[in-house]
Ligand binder design. Structure first.
Ligand SMILES: [Zn+2]
Length: 457
C-alpha cells in the first residue's frame, strides 16, 4: 500500500516494522466538550485504513490516547465548580459512545494521560540527562536548539520560527521556542509529585510517553488532524527522538480539516455542529460517506448539498440490497464481484483513495440492478454479496430492511405457520386476522401456489 507521508512529503510504500502487523498511534480527543462533526473525520480516516488492512490480512495494533488533563478541562471544571476528573470522565464517556454510534472500531488501547504520569516523568528525566531539557522554577522546558531535526515534519526552519515568535518576556526560557514538558502546579489544579515538585505534564509529552509505552521506538504510523502537525507532532518527534536517539514514527498520516463556510470548525470560532446532532439527523453511514467522498487529505466544507448527495448515495446502495435481499441462490465468486474487488483494492492501495473505492461500489450497484432487471439472479447475488463485503471494509453498516428482514423472519414464519393451520381447519376468520395484523405491521403477505410469500412494505 502507498500512502502520503507528511514527513517526506511524498506518497510512498507503507513499510511495516514487523511483517504483517501495523503499529499505529492516533492522537485522540482532549475531553473537555462533546465531539463535533470535524472530530468524526479524524476517527473515520484511520478507521478505514485499519479496516482495509485487516481485510487484506494485516494485523493492526491501534492506540488512541485520551487527553484527560489540560488547561481547557481545568477551565471548564472551574466554571462548573466540579473536579477536572469528573469533566474528563463525562466527555471521555461521551466520546466513546459517539464513536461506537459512528461505527468506528475501538482502539486496542485507549491510554489516558493521567494513567501514564510515571512514564512522562521518566521520559522527562531522560531528556534532562541528555541535555535536551532543563528545569526552570518548577517547570521543565524542552531545549529546541538541542534537537537538530526540529521542523522536519512541518517543514519550518528554526531561525524563521524564532524570528516569527512573539517576543515574550519569559526569563525562564533559554530560547523563545522552548516548550513546556512539565508545568509547576498552580493552586487548585490537579497535580502530581515529581522530581521538580508538584505539577502536571504538558500536552506534547503525553503523546510521546504513551506512544513509546505501547508501540516502542520506530513504530509504523502516527496519525492525526492536519492542525496537529505544528507544534504538537513536531514536538512529539523532538521529545521522543531526543530521548531514544531512534526514529519516533516512520509514517505520518494527517487528515484535512473540516470547514464551515471556509472556516475551520472549532469551539473558539463558534461554528460547531455537534456530532450527536449530526448522528441523529443523518446517521453514521451518511456522515462516513460525506467524508470518504473526498480524499482524506483535502479540506472539506460542510454543506447541506454534499450531505444530501451522501444520503442519496447510501439510499441507492440500500435500495439495491433490498431488491436483492431475498435472492437465495448460491452466489458464484466471479464476474462483477471480482472486478469490483480489484478496483476497490487498487483504489485504497493508492493513498487510501476512497472516492475511487466508492466508484467501484457504484459500478457494482449498477451491474447488480442490471442483473436483476435481466433476471440473472445468480449474478445479482454475487453483486449483492460483494457490495455488502466491500462497503463493510469502508465501515458502512447499511442496516436497512435486509437486516430487519433477517431479524423478523423467524417471527413472520411462525405466524404464517399458525395461519396455515387455521386455514387447514377452515378457520378463515383467524387466518385473515393474522394476515391483517401482519399487514398493519408492514409485512405484505402474498399467497401463491407454492404457499405464502412475504416481504416488508
Ligand atoms: Zn498527540
Amino acid at each position: 500500500m502507498r500512502l502520503y507521508n507528511t514527513l517526506t512529503r511524498s506518497v510512498e510504500p507503507l513499510v511495516l516494522r514487523d511483517p504483517g502487523r501495523l503499529a499505529m498511534y492516533v492522537c485522540g480527543p482532549t475531553v473537555q466538550d462533546a465531539p463535533h462533526f470535524g472530530h468524526a473525520r479524524a476517527e473515520i480516516v484511520p478507521d478505514v485504513l485499519r479496516r482495509y488492512l485487516e481485510w487484506t490480512g494485516v494485523e493492526v495494533f491501534h492506540v488512541r490516547n485520551i487527553t484527560d488533563v489540560d488547561d481547557k478541562i481545568i477551565a471548564r471544571a472551574d466554571r462548573e465548580g466540579r473536579d477536572a476528573a469528573e469533566v474528563a470522565e463525562r466527555y471521555g464517556r461521551l466520546f466513546t459512545e459517539q464513536m461506537a454510534r459512528l461505527g468506528v472500531l475501538p482502539p486496542h488501547v485507549a491510554p489516558r494521560a493521567t494513567g501514564h504520569i510515571l512514564e512522562m516523568i521518566e521520559l522527562i528525566e531522560r531528556l534532562i540527562a541528555n541535555g535536551a531539557a532543563y528545569e526552570a522554577a518548577g517547570d521543565v522546558l524542552f531545549r529546541v536548539r538541542s534537537f537538530d531535526g526540529y521542523g522536519k515534519l512541518s517543514g519550518r526552519r528554526v531561525d524563521e520560527l524564532r524570528s516569527g515568535a512573539r517576543v515574550e518576556v519569559d526569563e525562564r526560557k533559554d530560547d523563545p521556542l522552548d516548550f513546556a514538558l512539565w508545568k509547576a502546579a498552580k493552586p487548585g489544579e490537579p497535580s502530581w509529585a515529581s522530581p521538580w515538585g508538584r505539577g502536571r505534564p504538558g500536552w506534547h509529552i503525553e503523546c510521546s510517553a504513551m506512544a513509546g509505552r505501547y508501540l516502542g521506538a520506530n513504530f509504523d504510523l502516527h496519525g492525526g488532524g492536519a492542525d496537529l502537525v505544528f507544534p504538537h507532532h513536531e514536538n512529539e518527534i523532538a521529545q521522543s527522538e531526543a530521548a531514544t536517539k531512534e526514529p519516533f514514527a516512520r509514517h505520518w498520516l494527517h487528515n484535512g480539516m473540516l470547514t464551515l463556510r471556509g472556516e475551520k470548525m472549532s469551539k473558539s470560532v463558534g461554528n460547531v455542529v455537534t456530532l450527536v446532532d449530526a448522528l441523529d439527523r443523518y446517521g453514521a453511514d451518511v456522515i462516513r460517506f460525506f467524508f470518504l467522498a473526498v480524499s482524506y487529505r483535502s479540506p472539506v466544507d460542510l454543506s447541506e448539498e454534499r450531505l444530501a448527495e451522501a444520503a442519496a448515495a447510501i439510499d441507492r446502495w440500500q435500495a439495491f440490497l433490498r431488491a436483492a435481499a431475498r435472492l437465495d441462490v448460491e452466489p458464484a465468486d466471479a464476474g462483477p464481484g471480482a472486478t469490483a474487488r480489484q478496483a476497490f483494492s487498487a483504489a485504497l492501495e493508492d493513498d487510501l483513495g476512497t472516492p475511487a473505492a466508492h466508484a467501484a461500489l457504484f459500478d457494482l450497484v449498477s451491474a447488480g440492478n442490471a442483473q436483476l432487471a435481466a433476471g440473472d439472479q445468480a449474478a445479482a447475488a454475487v453483486s449483492r454479496d460483494a457490495l455488502r463485503e466491500l462497503a463493510g471494509v469502508l465501515g458502512y453498516g447499511l442496516s436497512d430492511h435486509s437486516s430487519t428482514t433477517d431479524r423478523v423472519s423467524p417471527l413472520v414464519e411462525a405466524l404464517l405457520e399458525l395461519r396455515d393451520e387455521a386455514r387447514a381447519r377452515k378457520d378463515f376468520v383467524t387466518a385473515d386476522a393474522i394476515r391483517a395484523r401482519l399487514s398493519a405491521a408492514g409485512v405484505v403477505v402474498e399467497d401463491s401456489r407454492d404457499g405464502a410469500r412475504w416481504h416488508l412494505s
